[in-house]
Design a protein around this ligand. Structure first.
Ligand code: HEM
Length: 488
């Protein structure tokens, strides 16, 4: 990502540049017609409004308001409609441009309910039915897509860790979303891979440029929305024809596209094919970014703690290396290792971000927050709370099976006030089963085939952007084929 190579003073310089650009345009346009002046004034007002509303990363601006992470307060924070989850993410990712005029001001609770129904309520069953297909897809990825060279040689393979995690996740999620046939269309798969990466690049650039330049930046980064247009050109005709005429593998009923089509069938006036496609691409973004960033940390930590490769391999042996969702969900050490990595490396130091749409007073203790403020809790403090996690700064991969955690939950996919990776309350991530299965599949299939180590010991894991840990794109690993590889 571009920002990986940017120096730390860059955001400050860019923010100053932003103000200068605004002033320049204002002065320039004052000499033009009254109409132009009005346009300029409105662009300036919009930019000032965006600034005061926390749209930009503003080094000297208002910091998020961090509230106490008690279950009651977090439930109120998460579920109060006046504290908007969507507005925070729309600001952060510039969805208006990247998702073809996404409008976060619409009432979105019906959208959340739809995602909850398809992913949380029905997701487990769908994943179970897709499990064989997903294992085959993982195998195909390892055999054919990981390396240019034939993969069966005993030679070690060098791969970029970030790129590999992104690709693995994208290929498997594509099957879950769109089915085997559509997901294996090379153009479609490439566009699905590109779109979230471009969204993240746009997101970084939108933070340092005035909003009226967003369409231009978006057009440059995305080559005029090439990936999105290709995706739309393949998905919209399928939606228009309807599920019966969708020529897809027999498991199509278990895909997210199928569920989205059938669940919205009687509301086509609202859920036009374009609107549905846009909603699915919003979901695709949620399913693309976070899993690979987490996968990266898990594999990186397996390199730092190679004994865990041995431990997890042994545990997989107890289920005869089966990787269907039920078998792989019954491995306490694997869950413990993943939770401990997530706890120690805490990829987002804040959690449950919400933007106050109006001044708001918490019922629980009368804390007030002004309109426009971002409110959240400190995930970092939760992960470092010694009353829940004794000796919190040390890594203990077995913590969740050896009594060194006092949280009531132990599984990676659990939601708990002490494990905020998925958020909390009714808006907690509905895709956690999908993400967890894909991540476990990658960890298990990698360690059964290879001994994994960093290409160089000094390769670093991540850098920080605000509260987010971002993987280094340059970190590479060596996959040394095991003398006695186990078929996946
Ligand atoms: C490791 C992977 C993932 C992590 C860590 C993660 C984390 C999160 C978090 C923190 C939130 C916000 C919760 C809040 O603000 O209260 C969220 C929301 C969401 N996530 Fe995930 N997520 C992951 C993967 C996925 C996947 C694979 C999908 C889809 C298949 C998905 C779909 C969603 C959706 C739809 C929302 C918004 C919920 C709503 O609007 O009601 N996520 N996720």
């Amino acid at each position: 990502m571009i920002s990986e190579i940017l120096p730390s003073w860059f955001p400050i310089a860019a923010s100053i540049l932003l103000v200068l650009v605004e002033v320049f345009f204002l002065l320039k346009d004052t000499v033009k017609s009254v109409k132009t002046n009005q346009r300029c004034a409105s662009a300036l007002l919009r930019t000032l409004h965006d600034f005061s509303n926390g749209k930009y990363y503003n080094p000297w601006g208002a910091q998020p308001i961090v509230i106490e992470p008690t279950a009651k307060k977090m439930t109120e924070l998460s579920d109060t409609p006046l504290l908007s989850q969507r507005a925070v993410y729309a600001d952060l990712f510039g969805f208006k441009s990247t998702l073809s005029n996404f409008n976060h001001n619409e009432i979105n609770s019906s959208r959340s309910r739809l995602f909850g129904l398809i992913l949380s309520v029905r997701g487990g069953g769908h994943l179970r039915n897709l499990s064989a297909l997903l294992q085959r897809r993982a195998q195909k990825f390892l055999d054919n897509e990981l390396s240019q060279r034939p993969i069966h040689s005993s030679e070690p393979i060098h791969v970029g860790l970030a790129e590999t995690c992104k690709l693995f996740n994208s290929r498997l999620m594509a099957v879950i979303f769109f089915g085997e046939k559509l997901a294996s269309d090379p153009e479609f798969a490439a566009a699905l891979f590109q779109h979230p990466l471009q969204t993240v690049t746009c997101m970084s650039l939108f933070q340092i440029t005035p909003s009226f330049l967003s369409p231009l930046i978006h057009a440059i980064v995305t080559k005029r929305g090439q990936a999105m247009k290709l995706i739309q050109s393949k998905m919209i005709p399928i939606i228009q024809k309807g599920v019966k005429d969708w020529d897809e593998h027999s498991s199509k009923e278990d895909t997210i596209l199928y569920s989205m089509m059938t669940e919205t069938e009687d509301k086509r006036a609202y859920w036009t094919p374009e609107a549905l496609c846009q909603a699915i691409m919003g979901l695709w973004f949620a399913a693309s970014h976070q899993p690979w960033v987490n996968l990266y940390i898990f594999i990186y930590q397996l390199c730092c703690h190679p004994e865990w490769q041995v431990i997890l391999r042994e545990e997989l042996r107890t289920i005869e290396n089966r990787m269907d969702i039920d078998s792989i969900s019954s491995l306490p050490l694997l869950d413990s290792f993943m939770r401990e990595c997530a706890r120690v490396y805490c990829l987002d130091k804040l959690a449950i971000r919400r933007k106050a749409m109006q001044d708001y007073t918490f019922a629980y203790d009368n804390t007030t927050v002004p309109a426009g403020a971002t409110v959240c809790v400190s995930n970092w403090n939760v992960t470092r709370d010694a009353s829940t996690y004794p000796n919190p700064d040390s890594f203990d991969g077995a913590r969740f099976v050896n009594g060194k955690s006092y949280d009531r939950t132990k599984m990676f996919a659990d939601v708990s006030e002490k494990h905020l990776i998925w958020g909390y309350g009714s808006l907690a991530c509905p895709g956690r089963l999908h993400a967890t299965y894909v991540m476990k599949l990658m960890i298990a299939s990698f360690i059964t085939r290879w001994d994994i180590k960093l290409e160089r010991e000094d390769m670093r894991s991540h850098w920080m952007y605000e509260s987010f840990s971002m993987p280094y794109q340059s970190t590479a690993v060596i996959l040394q084929p095991r003398s006695n590889p186990i078929a996946v």
